[in-house]
Design a protein around this ligand. Structure first.
Ligand code: AMP
Ligand code: ZN
Length: 480
């Protein structure tokens, strides 16, 4: 698709608190930086909502012909027990509790997260940038900020001078808060040698018990959390990036601080658009969070017979800027919608699915409506409704030439329908063996493992190789 054909793409820019037409700095390229996971515990469904949102944004931009360069950071050092600057490093806390090294903890939870991303069919970023591998970049940026006169060194660390940067009564660009109104928690810092309680840490010194430490011009220590994202975003994407994403909890502190320190060093705008997702909340209406102790995971959905891709559909049920409440009925309704799409995919005959087959003329209207919905500030509830209507209309007309259109819409929805159809059509499993396979899947879902094992043996006796995949699915192949 050439850019000349592109419709304007509108997105809510938290910097200006308005829906704006998106204009990248160097079209067709779009640089996208996403605040990624802190890898000391599994990512819960709330975190995964944030990443489903980023993936749908990226896919929507690609649908419009943009080439997205996407970087996601992995916080594997220094993010403390509270979201502020005080307390024990969360990764070290888990490492001590589990008798592992911080690197082992980070690798374990990063791999678990990446498996969840694959199960959710999230396009991997071109660059996963781990904080521990970029400490040199953070030190270099900290030096630039000191040279710009907006940071100072004390015995306990290097601090960003917020009052100097902002001026006394200036509001923060993102949070619209004056320093007095700013998140009180940010002031509760451990050190007494800061010039002002608002100042935040760029580099921490004098914490000999911290396991991960690096040499720096100011002494051995480790980076503050906010400097990570600025250093890594700029390293890979340049001093001004097009879009920066994260959850709304990052607005008042983390992103405000990222802007302050980046722009002090470069004197350039840091990000042209900040785009934030709202929370996934629990049944009782409170934010799902790691600190709450108990939180739902993607694997919990799998155990309840819900496909990870049904969670994608669940997320589309609300716009990214609206809170969504997690509840069993909506998750089950999302699974039914996924089954509906998949059943249609399986029914599409080979001649309608062959390469180069033209879509039915009547389907063009659905394509247009879908395009309009996603370009309208990523209106996923409407886009999903259009895709469902397209399938319903195809059934009504008994016209499978809607398939190429559905596949085009699925480049944004990410339900992997093409692969689903191909897998279903490639298998030439006899009907009675297929019945055994279906029974085994049901037994596994119900955690009836002895029946599942019996069925496995029977399927193997019938000449099939059985492989149970990590994501809970199984593959059956006739032995040659
Ligand atoms: P963390 O690993 O805690 O640093 O969070 C990773 C990402 O998930 C950040 O962008 C958070 O803003 C986001 N996030 C955390 N909790 C939720 C939630 N309940 N709903 C949506 N996004 C969340
Ligand atoms: Zn960040």
């Amino acid at each position: 698709m050439t850019l000349a054909l592109v419709k304007p793409f509108y997105i809510f820019n938290s910097l200006n608190r308005a829906v704006e037409e998106f204009q990248p700095l160097n079209p067709p390229e779009v640089t996208l930086y996403s605040c990624g996971p802190t890898v000391y515990l599994p990512q819960h469904l709330g975190n995964l909502r944030a990443y489903v949102f980023v993936d749908s944004l990226r896919r929507a931009l690609e649908f419009n012909g943009y080439k997205v360069r996407h970087v996601m950071n992995v916080t594997d050092v220094g993010h403390m027990t509270s979201d502020e600057d005080a307390g024990e490093d969360k990764i070290e806390k888990t490492a001590r509790a589990q008798g592992k090294s911080p690197l082992e903890v980070a690798n374990f939870y990063l791999q678990q997260f990446q498996r969840d991303c694959a199960a959710l069919n999230l396009e991997p970023p071109q660059t996963w940038s781990r904080a521990t591998e970029h400490v040199g970049d953070m030190i270099a940026l900290t030096k630039r900020i000191i040279d710009a006169g907006v940071a100072y060194v004390t015995k306990s660390g290097v601090y960003f001078d917020v009052e100097r940067y902002r001026g006394e009564n200036r509001l923060g660009r993102l949070s619209r808060q004056s320093l007095d109104e700013q998140n009180a928690a940010q002031r509760l810092e451990h050190s007494t040698d800061k010039h002002s309680p608002h100042d935040f840490t760029l580099w921490v010194l004098g914490q000999p018990d911290h396991l991960m430490q690096w040499d720096s011009p100011w002494g051995r220590g480790y980076p503050g959390w906010h400097i990570e994202c600025s250093a890594m975003a700029m390293k890979y994407l340049g001093e001004t990036i097009d879009i920066h994403t994260g959850g709304i909890d990052h607005i008042p502190v983390h992103h405000e601080n990222e802007i302050a320190q980046s722009e002090s060093a470069t004197h350039q705008p840091f990000a042209r658009y900040f785009v934030h997702n709202a929370f996934l909340v629990g049944k009782e209406g409170t934010k799902i969070s790691k600190s709450a102790g108990k939180f739902p995971l993607l694997s919990d959905l799998g155990a309840a017979g819900i496909d990870p891709l049904a969670f994608r559909i669940f997320c589309y049920g609300a716009k990214y800027r609206s809170e969504i409440a997690f509840n069993d009925d909506s998750i089950r309704a999302s699974q039914s919608n996924l089954d509906y799409f998949r059943e249609f995919a399986r029914s599409v005959p080979d001649d309608a699915a062959a390469d180069g087959v033209e879509a039915a003329g009547w389907a063009a209207e659905y394509y247009e409506r879908f395009h309009e919905a996603i370009n309208n500030d990523l209106n996923t509830p409407q886009a999903l409704a259009v895709a469902l209507e397209l399938v319903a209309e195809a059934y009504r007309r008994k016209d499978f030439r809607a398939w190429p259109t559905l596949i085009a819409l699925d480049t944004v929805l990410g339900l992997d329908l093409k692969k689903h159809r191909e897998t279903a059509h490639a298998s030439t499993i006899e009907a009675d063996v297929q019945q055994l396979i279906d029974n085994r899947a049901a037994a596994r879902k119900a955690k009836d493992f002895s029946t599942a094992d019996e069925l496995r043996k029977e399927i193997e006796r019938r000449g099939y190789e059985v492989k149970d995949n990590r994501d809970g699915t199984a593959t059956y192949q006739r032995r040659t």
